[in-house]
Design a protein around this ligand. Structure first.
Ligand SMILES: [Zn+2]
Length: 91
């Protein structure tokens, strides 16, 4: 299910986010690449489970931040993000 909620997304400084089972987009007509990226996260959640996905996602993010990475570096270093960007690039 797609929901547009820009105010909420601004808190996280993102254009889209998966809050399973919802995908929130800032734009009512989101870019195809963003839709594809978020659909890969939905597949990851279905594959690994909701709890494991979000736990691993947050642990990897905060480990990155603790090691001195910027927000963006820590975000891009999350294994789920690497997989999503690599999968989107391969299609
Ligand atoms: Zn992502």
């Amino acid at each position: 299910m797609k929901v547009t909620n820009c105010k909420f997304l601004k808190i996280f400084k993102v254009n889209a986010i998966v809050l399973y089972p919802f995908v929130l987009y800032c734009d009512s007509c989101p870019d195809t690449n963003i839709v594809m990226h978020e659909s890969i996260h939905l597949k990851q959640i279905k594959r690994d489970g909701v709890i494991r996905f979000y736990t691993r996602y947050l642990v990897e993010y905060f480990k990155g931040r603790q090691s001195g990475m910027t927000h963006y570096q820590a975000y891009r270093n999350i294994s789920y993000e690497k997989e999503a960007y690599d999968s989107a690039r391969a299609t």
